[in-house]
Design a protein around this ligand. Sequence first.
Ligand code: ADP
Ligand code: ADP
Ligand code: MG
Length: 660
Amino acid sequence: MFGKILIANRGEIAVRIIKTCRRMGIATAVVYSEADADSLAVEMADEAVFIGPPPAVQSYLVMDKIVEACRRTGAEAVHPGFGFLSENPAFARRLDDEGIVFIGPNPDAIAAMGDKIASKRAAKAAGVSTVPGHVGEIDGVEEALRISREIGYPVMIKASAGGGGKGIRIARTDQGVEEGFPAVRAEAASSFGDDRIFIEKFIESPRHVEVQVLGDKHGNIVHLFERECSIQRRNQKVVEEAPSPLLDEATRQAMGAQAIALARAVGYDSAGTVEFVAGQDRSFYFLEMNTRLQVEHPVTELITGVDLVEQMIRVAAGEKLAFGQDDLKINGWAIESRIYAEDPYRGFLPSIGRLVRYDPPEEGTLGQGLVRNDAGVREGDEISMFYDPMISKLATWGPDRATAVDTMAAALEDFYIEGPGHNLPFLSAVMDEPHFRSGKLSTSYIADIFPDGFHGVPPSDPDRDVMTAAACAMQLVLAARADPSKRPREDWVVLVGPVRRPVRLSWPGDTLQVELVGEERSLLLTDIAWRPGQPVFRGKLDGRSFALQVRPAAEGFNIRYRASSLHVLVLTPRSAELHEKLPPKKAADTSKLVLSPMPGLVVSIDVIPGQEVKTGEQVAIVEAMKMQNIIRAERDGVVKAVGAKAGDSVSADEVLVEFA
Ligand code: ADP
Ligand code: ADP
Ligand code: MG
C-alpha cells in the first residue's frame, strides 16, 4: 500500500479523500492555489504545496506543478478527484512516465471513454444502445445546421470534452443552432481547452440513470447498482438518489450488464460511471462514461457500504477486488442534495461570497435515518468565483425511500447558511413536492414543476403554526430583554405574511402556550432554544422537533421555514390596527432596464443606442462561472443607453441596457 498520496484537487472532494486516507493510515499532501491557502483541505492534509494563482489553468490544471509537488512531498500516487485533471489521459500518462501511480483508470481507458465522441463510438462497438445522432466533429455553423436538420429537431449540441453540464445546449430551431453552436464552442474552448463539438437527438423528458462500475487490474469488474440523477438544472445534477425509483430488477440487471460490457471492452480498471438517459418506459440509451469518481458517489456508498475512494486506492496499488458481484446488495435508500451557492429565486444563477454563517446539521443518526455532509468549507470561508459554486453535499440514508426523503427534509431544515445565496429553500420544496415524493422524476422536473421559476412555496397551515409559535416565543424573549422587570403582555396579533392571527400567550414553566383566538385551538411550544441574534430557532411544536431560520427585520422577523419565507410581525392589537392602515409598499419600476442577473464578466453588449429590439432578442452575453449566459430583452423597445461594455465586471442587478 502507498505511504503517501497527493490529492490534485480542492474543496469538498479533497477533504473526502483525506478522510479515507487517514482511515487507511496513508499520509496525505494537497496542492492549493492562492484562493485556497486557508482552506479546510489544506488544514486537514499532512502537507500542502502551493501551486499558483486562483485560475485553474494556472494552478490545478498545470501538470508540471502537480508532478513537482509529488517530487517535493515524496508522494507515490495521485488522486485527481473529479474535474480538473481527473479525465485527462495525458496527465495519467505523464504520471506513469514519472513513476507516479495515477489513482484512476489506465490512460487508454480514459482516452477511449473520457471523450464523448470517442466513447460513443466505443459504446456502439460494444453493443451498447446510444442516443441517435452524428458521432463526429462538426466544423462550423453550416455543417451544424445541415446535421441538425438531418437528425430532426430538437437536438443537443455538445462539446466532446464537456462535463459538469457545461458545453451543452438544446436547439429546437435553426436559430437555436446559429446561436448555440458558437456559444457551446466558445464555452468548450474556455472551459476545456478543446472546442470539438458533436450533435445528437434531444430526448424529451427522459430520466438520468447511471451505473457505478468498479474494476481492478486483474480483469475483475463489478457494478454497484445505479443512481438516478434526474433532478437537474442547466443539465447539472442537483438531487441524486440510489437506487433509482424507475428500475425494476430486470432493467437493473440489463443496465448493469451493458455497463460492465462497455467497461470490459476498454479494459477499465478503477471506479467509473456509465451514464444513460432512460425513457419512462425503461428504455435506455448510453450518454457518456465518466472515468473518475463521481460527485454523487456518497449515495452508492450509503446503500452498498463500500468506500469507493478506498477501492480506487486499493486497485491502483494492484490489489484484487475483495468482493464479487454476488457479494453486493442494495441496502435501503439514499438521497443526496447538492447545496450550491446560487440564487434559486433568479433561475439558479451562481451567487458567490463569504459564508458569514455556516451551520450544517449534525452527521449521524436522525430519527430512523442517517445524515452525512461532505463539505470543504467552514464558517468564514469564501465561495470563490474561480471554482464550482458547491457549498456541500448533504446525503441521507433510510431503510426505504420515504424515510430517506423525510430525513433529508429534516436535515435541510436544520442547515443554516448566510452570505451567498443558496438553494436550501428550493431543496426543501423538492422534498415536500408530491411528484418527487412518489418517485415520478424526469430531467425536465424543475421546468415542469416550477414553470415560472422558483419563487418559494406558500406555507401550509402547519407551517404557519410553526412560524406563529416561534415568532411569539421570540417576541417574548425580546420583550423580557427590553425590560426584565415587566411582565410581558398576553394578547398580541401575529401577522404571518398576509394572514392576521390574534393570539393569547401563557407560559407555564418553560413551555409556551399560544392560544389561537377565534380558531379554538392552541399550540404548545417546548424545548425552545433561541437567544436574540441567533439565526436558527429550534424547538418542539406539539412534540415535533423543528428548526427555522430567522433574520431580524425592520419590524418583526423574516422567517424561513422549509421552502417558505415570510415576514412575520408580532404586534400589540393597537399597532396591528395601525399597521393594517398603511398603504402597501411599491416596488421600483425596473421594466425599462435589462439588468445583469448575476455577477460576471461582460463578453459583449450586442445592441447600440437607438436600436430597436424585440422581446427575446439577445442584447448581451455575460460570463459567470465559465458559462456564457445570453441576456435577452424581456420586452420590445428602443435602446436608450448601454450601461456596460465588453470586458467590464458587473455585479448582480447592474444595468446592462436601458430602454427609452
Ligand atoms: P458528476 O458527473 O460527477 O455527477 P458533474 O457532471 O457535475 O458531476 O461534474 C463533476 C465535477 O467536475 C464538477 O465539479 C464539474 O464542474 C467538474 N467537471 C466535470 N468535467 C470537467 C472538465 N472536463 N473540466 C473541468 N471540470 C469538470
Ligand atoms: P455532462 O458531461 O455535462 O454530464 P452529459 O452528456 O452527461 O454531460 O449530459 C448532461 C445531462 O444533460 C444529462 O444528465 C441529461 O439530463 C441531459 N442530456 C444530455 N444529452 C441528452 C440528450 N441527448 N437528450 C436529452 N437529455 C440529454
Ligand atoms: Mg454527464
